[in-house]
Design a binder for this molecule. Structure first.
Ligand SMILES: [Zn+2]
Length: 101
């Protein structure tokens, strides 16, 4: 015949069960947060942060520029500002010239 667990054992098993469920809940939350980040990435990738229009990647003198034809903005990826700085004088004027409507 099985003995009824003492209060301490019952508390111990209940705490274990609660801890297991807490961990599962935290894992679900982390998974949902990651899914939300993935969803946002898919939804916003290459969309203008100002107006939402699809950005067009245009390379000019080896600098890749994300151009919005909705609001006429330009967007630069990480490291591209350094590339721009390394360009010879007059680059920005030429860039402006080619994008003028
Ligand atoms: Zn835009």
């Amino acid at each position: 015949m099985l003995e009824k667990p003492s209060e301490n054992e019952e508390e111990y098993f209940t705490r274990q069960e609660i801890e297991r469920r807490r961990k599962l809940s935290q894992e679900r939350e982390a998974s949902m947060a990651e899914q939300e980040r993935e969803r946002a990435r898919a939804l916003h990738f290459m969309k203008c942060p100002k107006c939402g229009t699809q950005l067009e990647e245009i390379t000019f003198e080896s600098v890749r520029i994300d151009k919005c034809f909705g609001c006429e903005g330009f967007w630069l990826d990480k490291g591209e500002i350094e590339t721009l700085r390394s360009k010879e004088p007059g680059y920005l004027e030429r860039l402006r010239g080619v994008f003028q409507a």
